[in-house]
Design a protein around this ligand. Structure first.
Ligand SMILES: CC(=O)SCCNC(=O)CCNC(=O)[C@H](O)C(C)(C)COP(=O)(O)OP(=O)(O)OC[C@H]1O[C@@H](n2cnc3c(N)ncnc32)[C@H](O)[C@@H]1OP(=O)(O)O
Length: 216
């Protein structure tokens, strides 16, 4: 499969590694830091506006390879591609239950475990070596960071960012566009648009994080 990445930073480089280690090819990396389209090492580099021509020319699918949940959403909204024009990248050294569902545009990094009947939304990031336990639901545009432990039946809303190494105990609900600090342990539900940190996690900010919050 040919893949076009939107974004050309560290997160995009990790996704590019995932793509190639699965035997697929990154044929373009598009980013508005480039003024015009050119080819380097057999890969197109250029502004995001080149995407429609390249999808056709290269018979490629697209992944938004940008770490910010809000910016991924903005780009998806702006591009208005069909869902089948996005790829789902699942690293071959991850373990995904046959009964789990993973949405389009979502990336599953090496060492991830997704257990039975978990449902992962679209354009989400399941980062290196995390665990999503049975029956969890992870929303669209969520990012669960490296080493997080999401135990059974947890619900993570759209656009949520779970920090590295955080733990969420069973059946808790993290409201949409909230942020959980690195290393935190969530033992209560977290309201939408909030930031919660610590062990146990306590909410330090509410109504702060939205789909317009770009720096996570
Ligand atoms: C491949 C990759 O790299 S994936 C990227 C993974 N990224 C992460 O895991 C980053 C997660 N981000 C964090 O943990 C951040 O600290 C956030 C988002 C929770 C908070 O950031 P900010 O909103 O800038 O808060 P700020 O730094 O001002 O801290 C506010 C308070 O919370 C405390 N705090 C912040 N983060 C944490 C944390 N993870 N655990 C415990 N306390 C924390 C601070 O000490 C501070 O306390 P004080 O008011 O008593 O001094």
């Amino acid at each position: 499969m040919n893949i076009i990445l939107i974004g050309d930073s560290g997160h995009a480089r990790v996704i590019a590694d995932n793509v190639t280690s699965n035997g697929d090819s990154v044929v373009a990396r598009l980013d508005d830091k480039y003024a015009e389209l050119f080819k380097e090492d057999n890969c197109w580099l250029g502004p995001v506006s080149e995407i429609h021509g390249l999808i056709e020319k290269e018979n490629a699918k697209v992944v938004i390879a940008i770490g910010s949940n809000a910016i991924r959403k903005k780009i998806v909204d702006r591009l208005s591609l069909n869902s089948d024009q996005y790829a789902t990248i699942i690293h071959k050294e991850s373990i995904v239950s046959p009964s789990a569902k993973i949405g389009h545009g979502t990336v599953v990094m090496p060492g991830v475990i997704v257990n039975a009947a978990a449902t992962i939304g679209n354009h989400a990031i399941l980062n290196t070596r995390l665990v999503i336990e049975h029956d969890c639901v992870v929303g669209d545009y969520a990012h669960v960071s490296p080493g997080a432990m999401i135990t059974g039946g947890v619900k993570i809303g759209d656009g949520v960012h779970i920090g590295a190494g955080a733990t969420v105990i069973p059946t808790k609900v993290i409201g949409q566009w909230s942020v959980i600090g690195a290393g935190s342990v969530v033992i209560d539900d977290v309201e939408e648009h909030s930031t919660a940190v610590g062990v146990p996690a306590r909410t330090i900010k509410t109504e702060q994080n939205t789909a317009n919050t770009v720096n996570r």
